[in-house]
Every structure is written in C-alpha cells, then in structure tokens.
Write a protein that binds this ligand. Sequence first.
Ligand SMILES: [Zn+2]
Length: 382
Amino acid sequence: MSSIDYLEKLIAFPTVSRDSNLDLIRYAAELLGARGIEYRIIPSQDGRKANLFATVGPAGVPGVMLSGHTDVVPVDGQDWTVPPFKMTERDGRLYGRGAADMKGFVSCALAACLKATERTLKTPLHLALSYDEEIGCVGVRRMIDILRVAPQKPILCIVGEPTGMQVASGHKGKIAARARCRGGGESHSASAPRSVNAIHLGCDFVAVLRKRQSQLSKVGPRDSDYDIPYTTIHAGKFNAGVALNIVPTLCEVDFEIRNVAADDAGRILKSLRHAAERIATAARPIAPDAAIDIDVINAYPGLDTPLSSEAMAFVKSLTGANETIKVAFGTEGGLFSRDLGTPTVVCGPGSMAQGHKPDEYITVEQLRRCDEMLNTLLQRLC
Ligand SMILES: [Zn+2]
C-alpha cells in the first residue's frame, strides 16, 4: 500500500479531538504488529484516546523519531463540498479533514516504518503518534513522560506538521489564560454607580493587553524569521452579562500570549497579573470582593533549534533545501525539544493554508515529496 492508500484509511477515522482516536491507533498498531514492529500504546487517563510509540530497528540504540498527531479539528459549521471523512481525489489533490494537518504526514511516516522492516537499520526509526494536539499539545505529554525516563532518547525528531516540505527550525511558544473579573455591589442597573461592573473590569484588563501588545510590537524582542516578528497578545473570548438591567458581576476574558524565543511568556503573564491586581484594587472601595484572577488554561514552549545545528543540516540534506523557515503555528516540537532535549525540526507535506479549513486537501505531489524525504532518511539509517 502507498501513502495515499494509508491517507484514505486515516481520513475515514473521524478523529476530531473531542472524540476517541482509538480506532485509528488500533489500525496503525495492527499494521505495525503484522510486520513484527514493536509498539507501545500509551492511553489517556480516561482510556478514550491513546498515543502510540513504535520502533523499527535495533533495540537499545537512540533513533530518529517521526512525530505526528492523529486528531483533527472539527468540521462543524464549515461549508464542505466533499465529504470530510471520506477521501476524495480530484485534479492531483486529496481532500478530507486532516489531509494537510496532519494525516498526510502520518500516512507517509506509517508507510516508511513498514518499509523499514525490509531493511537492516543501524539507527532505529521511531514513530510517535499523539492525540489531543489540536487542543494545546495535551496528549503527547503522557508519551513524553515515558520517553523521558527511557534509557535512550531519540537523537532527532521530525515533526511533520505541514510546511510545504520546507525545513522549519522553530515556532513561537504560547500561554492561553482566562481572566475572571469579579465586580459587586448593588445589582440593579439603576444604581450602577454603586456597583463595580465586571464588564468594566474586563474592558480595563483588555486595555492592558492592548497596551502591552503595542509596547511589545515597538520595543519587544524581535525575530525577523517570523511574519510577525514580535510576541503577540490577543483577547479571543469575552463572556459577561445576564440582562441589561442587571450590573454584571462576572466577566471572563480568554487571552493568549505567543512569544518569540527571546521573550519570556511567563514574565509577561506575571506583569499582566500585577496590572490586573491594580485594576481590582482600585475597584475595592466600592466592591470589597472585586478581583481579577488569572488561570492558565494551556501552555506550550516555543521551538528554536539553532540553524547551525546538526539536526537542521541533516534534515536539509534529506530534502535538498537550502533555506529554512519558522512557522506561525505551534507544534509538539517545543515539548520534545524542552522536555527530552531532542533536537527537533518541523518538516511535513501540505500547507497550513488548507489546514483547519473546509475542503482541506493535500496534493499528491506533496505526499510524493514526503515519501522521497523519508526514503532518503531510511537509506541514511541503514
Ligand atoms: Zn497540526
């Protein structure tokens, strides 16, 4: 079977992050097991989902890891003209949810592992399939916990997120957080000045976010490899209010910080907490319980693999690339790099321009180029 055949199979598993990915994992495990490949399934806490880690080649030797997530974003509310969970091939394009992000790469990686059994590898090839990547690189952490205490850690990781087969050395880190703004006082809107309106607190906090963003864009650390070369702060959700004649007592603001490597997102968050405390303190003469509490919802580190590293040179030599890029989206690579110390490069088929969109597709040509890269990799591992 070719990587296109595997892609057709994988797209047919509707592995939206909120649902189980176990059918896909079982399918991959059966393929690997049938060729005698050793694998380990690492289930989620509730057992509804799982990671899979497989190794082809000699035991006890550190290898090269191909990493991909098996979950996909939902199709709800999107206007698809083809069935999202059944692959459609048309004009050199393969349509289906996850085709680009990132079942295309997973198919090529699976095909490469199966092919690897026909060779004698000196350096092993690892396959690392995760769940719950799309909700903030959540699932892979259980796999990393196990790899961290393994006697050998991978010497190189290729995260196959869609880069159009360009070689990417990094991405920004992210902290997603929720500010819970609590007001108080009299609740009838006719007495509004005797209350602290939680929406006002929320707006004041958003004003802080915007001011901080403006500062960062002017004087913050810069990394010109990114389209937006500085750390960004963004408010994405604002929930408050019950009725017009009631002064709202609770307002929730969801926001995120996406930092370049030279910036410390934790330090920025700390300064935002201080600013939030100042806003709440100013409101306490009217509402003694006024507060803005900030909880981190999710965070992952950025990736910044040195351009001069062996890992970058090696992956460039696999694809024949001269140039490198950094990508705008986050990946599991930051965690592999930070928590395992494994040099990590992002390189995969397809484009994020098609990811997460209706009528998502990958071209046959991109899959072919990925197959070629992995074939070259197999030769090098022999
Ligand atoms: Zn992805």
